[in-house]
Design a protein around this ligand. Structure first.
Ligand code: SF4
Length: 284
C-alpha cells in the first residue's frame, strides 16, 4: 500500500532534481503555466506553487478552450477549481474568441485534429504569456510525452526538431517565450497516482480526437513494450540523454508578416491555416 506522504515526497524530489539539474527556474521570475485541467498540468501547477516562496515566483495560469464538444468544459472547470484553491490567477482564452472558429469546425480538414489544435494552442499560449510579461511557460510534459515525441521525431528523421527536446528550451526570439518541463523525469502513471492519492480534481477523460494522432499509436506501442520489458521507457530516455546535447537552438525566426508573432517562415503556421480554412469554406 502506497503512503501518500512518501509518494508526494518522491514526486517532489524528482521535480526538484529536474529543476536544479537543468536550472529551470530562477528567483523573481514570472512564470505562466499551461493549465489544461488534465493531471499533468495540474501537478505542474502544484509543484511550481511549492517553489513559489523559495524563488519568489509570480505565477499565472493560462487555459485554452479549443472548442471540443463535451470534452474541454470539464478540463476548464478543473483548471478553475485548482487555480482558485491555490490562489493563482487564471487567464482563459478560446479559439472561438481569438480566431473565430472552434476546433470541431475545422477538424475534418486535416488527417488529425491535433495538427490545427497544436498550432493554434501554442500560438495562443505564447501570445498570452508574452502579453502577461511571463519569462517562461511551464508545460505538463512528462517522461512518457517526451519519449513519444522523441521517437516520433526520430522515425520521421526530422533532426531539426531535436533541439526542442529536453526539460528547458532556451530563448531564441524576444517574442517566443521559452518552455520549461518540470515533470520531464516523471512517468505518466506516477502523475495519475499522485492525482488519485491526493484526491485532486483533474480531468482524466481522453480527448475524442486523440485516436487520430500518431502520438496515441506511439503511446500504445510504448506501453506494450513497457509491459513486456519493464524499464524500456527509462532506457529510451537515457539513450536520448546520452545521444543528444540540449544545445541552444540557432534557428533564425522571423516575425510573421500578417500577425507579427514569431515564426520559422515569413507567414506563421496559424495565419497560413486560417487562409486554408477560408479557402476550404469557399470551395464547399
Ligand atoms: Fe488537441 Fe489532439 Fe490533444 Fe485533443 S488530443 S486536445 S485534438 S492535441
Amino acid at each position: 500500500m502506497i503512503k501518500i506522504g512518501d509518494f508526494n515526497k518522491y514526486i517532489e524530489k524528482k521535480v526538484r532534481k529536474t529543476v536544479e539539474d537543468y536550472n529551470l527556474i530562477e528567483e523573481d521570475e514570472k512564470i505562466a503555466i499551461a493549465l489544461s485541467g488534465g493531471k499533468d498540468s495540474i501537478l505542474t501547477l502544484y509543484m511550481l506553487n511549492k517553489f513559489k516562496d523559495e524563488f519568489n515566483l509570480d505565477l499565472v495560469a493560462i487555459t485554452i478552450d479549443e472548442g471540443i464538444y463535451r470534452y474541454r468544459n470539464e478540463g476548464v472547470e478543473a483548471a478553475r477549481k485548482n487555480a482558485t484553491d491555490l490562489g493563482i490567477k487564471l487567464i482563459e482564452k478560446s479559439f472561438h474568441d481569438q480566431f473565430n472558429f472552434k476546433l470541431d469546425q475545422v477538424s475534418d480538414f486535416y488527417k488529425s485534429a491535433c495538427i490545427p489544435c497544436g498550432v493554434f494552442r501554442r500560438y495562443l499560449l505564447n501570445k498570452t504569456a508574452f502579453e502577461e510579461d511571463a519569462v517562461k511557460i511551464a508545460t505538463g510534459h512528462n517522461l512518457d510525452d517526451e519519449i513519444q515525441s522523441f521517437l516520433m521525431t526520430f522515425s520521421r528523421a526530422d533532426f531539426s526538431r531535436f533541439s526542442k527536446f529536453g526539460p528547458k528550451l532556451d530563448p531564441i526570439h524576444p517574442k517566443l517565450i521559452p518552455r520549461i518541463k518540470p515533470l520531464w523525469n516523471i512517468p505518466e502513471k506516477d502523475v495519475g497516482t499522485w492525482a488519485v492519492l491526493n484526491n485532486v480534481e483533474v480531468h482524466f477523460a481522453e480527448c475524442p480526437y486523440s485516436y487520430t494522432s500518431a502520438r496515441s499509436k506511439m503511446k500504445d506501442y510504448l506501453n506494450k513494450m513497457e509491459s513486456k520489458r519493464k524499464g524500456t521507457k527509462l532506457n529510451i530516455l537515457q539513450s536520448f540523454k546520452k545521444s543528444f546535447q540540449f544545445e541552444k537552438k540557432t534557428m533564425h525566426l522571423y516575425e510573421c508578416e500578417k500577425c507579427g508573432e514569431p515564426s520559422s517562415s515569413k507567414v506563421c503556421k496559424a495565419c497560413e491555416m486560417i487562409e486554408e480554412f477560408n479557402s476550404f469554406i469557399t470551395i464547399q
